[in-house]
Design a binder for this molecule. Structure first.
Ligand SMILES: Cc1ncc(COP(=O)(O)O)c(C=O)c1O
Length: 446
């Protein structure tokens, strides 16, 4: 029995007891030409599967692992806390340390509350915005994903796109989503017109300041300025979902790349150092509406879990090393710049979008700046690309409408190897396209 077959056997067994064999749909590799990776362990930039086959990992636990797998400092901090007790259901001093660290780095945050997942963070931030403003309406953008709470699972990005692009998951009553307005991302005038008409009914606008869940697409500066201007006029809160971008795209998150500041921000992934931790925070006058101070209820048995807090604190501390983000940028340049150049030089129908150490290579469109642009992507090209990489022991996030991530653990050798493999694929893809074009011309002439 070959190695891949053994992995497939494990997956078959998983499917007997877990729907689809996975606890999150993206792990099933649906629509791809490779069976799912069954992860066993990780070390630095490498992920090992059940067969001890290693892959250079750019999924990085969907962006959580900015230091790679099992960084010794994070492992030590988490282990020490684990030995002292994994959960108390009581407040611990480490929560204050991590809260203060985040607040020191993000000027828009006065107060912060910890939860266990990004879904909880966005759900709680929206409840708070509704409680604070006394309004029901919320706005999200097409293709943005904010976790799987009912009223946010409308025209969401990420793997929801595979389920239903236009509506929502089954199981969500229309009543739950009638207050959710889904507007086109980066369409300044359309959204402005909507806000001028309905702005006063809207509690909050939530967005990924740099979208990651339809592939990497930054918010245009014009769009962001309009959002801040109109929300301020209408008393609507602006919520940045920085679950991916927080402490990923820069030292102070995506919000440091825009002059406009949000009222509330959601974090996840990196702030847990690979453990389940997330948070939402912002202006003190808003945050003080949370129970026990205020009347907006929000709670969690494992919220602020001490092991996750210690791991998160260690992870964030490591990003404070001299020139950390410059080095991450240099590593990302090393991988991406020659690819961007190659695409340009060869006039390929593709593009590589990148912000900090987040990136997506799109096939089938030369420019991807909005949800509309991902409608015409070349799915089969991505399938072939993904398989080509897996065969060469490189793992990127398993969907074209997702971001992949460079971590500090990626060595220059690994990055250069990855780059050369990607260039090799693009070269083959280009020849393939040329051959098809020639075959087509020959057919027309005959
Ligand atoms: C931008 C964004 N917000 C929220 C979430 C939900 O986070 P979680 O999966 O931890 O619930 C995700 C998950 O990928 C995300 O990318």
């Amino acid at each position: 029995m070959d190695k891949r077959n053994r992995s497939e056997m494990v997956f078959e067994k998983l499917k007997e007891v877990i729907p689809g064999g996975v606890n999150s749909p993206g792990r099933a590799f649906r629509g791809l030409l490779t069976p799912p990776i069954i992860a066993k362990r990780g070390e630095g930039a490498l992920l090992y599967d059940e067969e001890e086959e290693s892959y250079i990992d750019y999924c990085s636990s969907w962006g959580s692992l900015i230091h790679g797998h099992a960084h010794p400092v994070i492992v030590e901090s988490a282990t020490k806390q684990l030995q002292a007790g994994s959960s108390f259901g009581m407040t611990t001093a480490i929560e204050e340390k991590l809260a203060r660290k985040i607040r020191d780095r993000i000027p828009s945050i006065d107060k912060i509350r910890f939860v266990s997942s990004g879904t909880e963070a966005t759900m709680s931030a929206i409840r708070l915005a509704r409680g604070f403003t006394g309004r029901d309406g919320i706005i999200k953008f097409k293709g943005h994903y904010h976790g799987h709470s009912d009223y946010l699972l409308v025209q969401a990005g990420s793997f929801v796109l595979d389920v239903n692009q236009t509506a929502t998951s089954k199981g969500i009553p229309q009543d739950f989503i009638r207050h959710t307005y889904v507007l086109p991302f980066n369409h300044t005038e359309a959204v402005r017109a909507f806000l001028r008409e309905k702005g006063k009914q809207i509690a909050c606008i939530i967005l990924e300041p740099i979208a990651g869940n339809m592939g990497v697409i930054p918010t245009s500066h014009e769009f962001m300025a309009m959002l801040r201007e109109e929300t301020e006029k209408n008393g609507t809160l602006l919520i940045f979902d920085e679950v991916i971008t927080g402490f990923r795209v820069s030292f102070r998150g995506a919000q440091s790349l825009y002059p406009e500041k949000p009222d509330l921000t959601c974090f996840g992934k990196i702030i847990g150092g690979g453990f389940p931790a997330a948070a939402f925070g912002g202006r003190e006058d808003i945050m003080n509406h949370l129970a026990p101070n205020g009347e907006v209820y929000q709670a969690g048995t494992l919220s602020g879990n001490p092991v996750a807090m210690e791991a998160g604190y260690a992870a964030l501390s490591l990003t404070e090393a001299d020139h950390f983000y410059e080095e991450l940028e240099r590593k990302t340049d090393l991988l991406t710049l020659p690819i961007i150049q190659y695409i340009k030089d060869n006039n390929l129908n593709a593009c590589l979008n990148r912000q900090g150490s987040m990136m997506t290579l799109f096939f089938g469109n030369k420019k991807v700046e909005s949800f509309d642009d991902i409608q015409s992507l070349d799915g089969p090209a991505f399938q072939k690309f993904f398989k080509f990489l897996v065969d060469k022991k490189i793992l990127i996030s398993p969907a074209q409408q997702e971001a992949s991530f460079i971590s500090m653990a990626h060595s220059d050798e690994q990055l250069v190897y990855t780059r050369e493999v990607i260039l090799e694929f693009l070269n083959l893809w280009k020849e393939d396209a040329l051959n098809q074009e020639m075959a087509c011309c020959a057919e027309m002439m005959s």
